[in-house]
Design a protein around this ligand. Sequence first.
Ligand SMILES: O=c1ccn([C@@H]2O[C@H](COP(=O)(O)O)[C@@H](O)[C@H]2O)c(=O)[nH]1
Length: 278
Amino acid sequence: MESFGSRLHRAVDERGPLCVGIDPHPGLLARWGLADDLQGLDRFTQTVVEALGDRVAVVKPQSAFFERFGSHGVAILESTIRQLRDAGSLVLLDVKRGDIGSTVSAYASAYLDPSSPLYVDAVTASPYLGVGSLAPMFELAAQHGGGVFVLALTSNPEGAAVQRARTADGRTVAQTVIDEISQLNRGATPLGSFGLVVGATIGDTGHDLSGVGGPLLAPGLGAQGAGAADLRAVFGSSLGSVLPSYSREVLSAGPDVAALRAAADRVLADCRAVLPAR
Ligand SMILES: O=c1ccn([C@@H]2O[C@H](COP(=O)(O)O)[C@@H](O)[C@H]2O)c(=O)[nH]1
């Protein structure tokens, strides 16, 4: 079976280095002339699937915006995931799950087992119960060609106090996460299946990302203030592994399908101008 890292590498070759998030904020629904209800949610996501499903390498639905509508919202998420995968996008579900290992097994089944209704290509995970507690996700992902993106240096200003705190051996908490994920990817070609989340907003923090061997998801672009040029300072010599991620910056161009496509093309061109050609 083809690994997630290999599928992602190919998708980026074919469609370019871009992840677009589906974040149906109440304010965006209003801006699109939609009600903040299930019908509005459904119309919003259908439009994004139509506009971007067949052209963007990775689409990242933000689970929270579907969960807030309860089981019917989750049903729309399930159907959105299926449609995106049918259209050829890789689906990265942003759920940031993490727990004790026995519970992580259940999360792994929910998102990384092909028989689950919420089955996706990859998920985001939180390492704050210990990277080792995420092992059931890593194992199921490896078994079924899935991926896991673990939070390392997040784009929000509050993250630094925890992530840049020093551990007993002098490394930061984030560096221990980076090092453990690097181990998991060892020997994987052309790209490992275990990624990290590193915000585009954080500047040069001095962390060593050079040995990760997997994708580096970079949220924080656009609405949170970072631009493609900021990727240079954050990622330095690891720029070639970066997967830039935009949500509101692209979504605010809707509901016109052509305008959404143009916005995605524009941010992709901005990123291509900064990222090394492959
Ligand atoms: O460090 C992180 C991790 C995840 N996110 C998520 O990405 C999007 C960003 O949306 P924008 O509209 O592009 O700001 C959102 O779903 C966050 O939950 C992040 O921003 N930073």
